[in-house]
Every structure is written in C-alpha cells, then in structure tokens.
Write a protein that binds this ligand. Sequence first.
Ligand SMILES: CC(C)(COP(=O)(O)OP(=O)(O)OC[C@H]1O[C@@H](n2cnc3c(N)ncnc32)[C@H](O)[C@@H]1OP(=O)(O)O)[C@@H](O)C(=O)NCCC(=O)NCCS
Length: 204
Amino acid sequence: MRSKQVKACSIAAERANDIIKAMLEQPTLKTARLILRPLRLSDARDLQRLAGDRAIAATTCNIPHPYEDGMAENFITNCAIAFQKGEMVNFAVTLAADGTLVGGIGLTIARENSRAEMGYWIGKPYWNRRYATEAASAVLKYDFETLNLNRIFASHFENNPASGRVMQKIGMKREGILRKHILKWGEYLDLEQYGMLKREYLRI
Ligand SMILES: CC(C)(COP(=O)(O)OP(=O)(O)OC[C@H]1O[C@@H](n2cnc3c(N)ncnc32)[C@H](O)[C@@H]1OP(=O)(O)O)[C@@H](O)C(=O)NCCC(=O)NCCS
C-alpha cells in the first residue's frame, strides 16, 4: 500500500518537474500558416479591436464586453505572470505570412491533475479559414509532447457549433453536457464538454 503511494507521489513529482522545466520559457509554435507566440504589449491595440467584437464575447466566458481601454494591456501582463507561475500559457495567433494578429489560444493548467483546459478565439474577419483548427492542433501537440500532460479538455456553449467542430476536427471526444451550466447575458446555456487523453493522442 505504502509503496503504491510512494510510486504515485514520485510520478506526480516527475510530471510537475516536466511542466516546470517546459515552462521556463514560453516557446513559439509554428504551423503551416500560423505562428503562435507569446503576447506582447504591442499587441494591445489589435487585441482590443478583435477581441472587443461582441461576437467574441458572446460565446466565451472570460472575454469582457465592452473591451475597454487598458484591459488588453492588463490581460497581456497577467498572461506573463500566470506563465511564470506555471498556471497558464497564452499564445497570440498570428499569420506566418505577415505577422498579423488573428486571434488567441491558451491553456489553463492544473498541474496536480496533469491536465489543462484549452480556450481559443479567432477575430471575426478571419473566421472559417481553419485557423482555429490549425492553432488548436499545435497547442494539443504542445500540451502532450512538451508539457507532458495527461489530459486536455475544452467546452463550448450550445449556441456555438463552430467551436464544437474545431474540437471534433482535432480529435477530441465529446464527453458530455452540463445542462444550463452557463448564465450568459441573461440566458441559461448548456455547456458541451470535449476532451482527449495522452494515450488517445499518441494513437492518432
Ligand atoms: C469558434 C471559433 C474559434 C472558430 O474559429 P475558426 O477559425 O473559424 O474555425 P475553423 O475554421 O478552424 O473551423 C470552424 C468549423 O466550424 C464550421 N462552422 C462554422 N459555422 C458553423 C455553424 N454555424 N454550425 C456548424 N458548423 C459551423 C466551419 O464550417 C468549420 O468546419 P469545417 O472545417 O468542417 O468546414 C471562432 O468562431 C470564434 O472565435 N468564435 C468566438 C469565440 C469563441 O467562440 N471561442 C471558442 C469558445 S469555446
């Protein structure tokens, strides 16, 4: 019994070490058309313009609306702090061709459970070009291969099937539904849950 506990503790410590090592410096992830890099304060204006669109706040929990002056700068600063603490990794999604900021994607990490929650948005002018799918695939790879986490999960509101498609396209499994879990702008909404385990990722 005791040796099982010791083994479990040493696996947990090993996993935590992997994450800490991987999080000393935030990497830049490259895909065919995108570069996912750490946010910079110089992104603040574009971030406010794109994430400030009502359509982005409408299907997300944590993006404010209206997106007031100073909020983007605060967010960018907080991302850097959360990364240093090993709690979050946020990437600016930019076009490899010319560096244009088109969206954001991030992981909220629960080290004690070796899992992360993924969240993303793409600016409305850039929807339906498969940028979210491309960015989410790269972050999945980072989650399992660099951070060495055991699980990644994501959820979307019932009125956001496009996000559900992204989760399906990257190979996540639908795990269930939390009924009327979200109160968004006066309306109760179901929350669809998706997830993937490392062992499933390795089989893809
Ligand atoms: C959800 C979001 C990230 C998708 O970004 P995107 O870059 O347009 O996504 P992709 O192009 O990679 O994939 C979208 C898929 O949804 C499909 N789609 C778009 N609108 C749809 C709709 N109303 N119903 C069903 N599917 C839809 C597209 O056809 C595409 O699928 P396909 O490649 O099989 O054709 C983007 O709409 C967004 O930022 N929305 C606001 C913020 C948000 O909801 N974030 C996610 C929170 S969970």
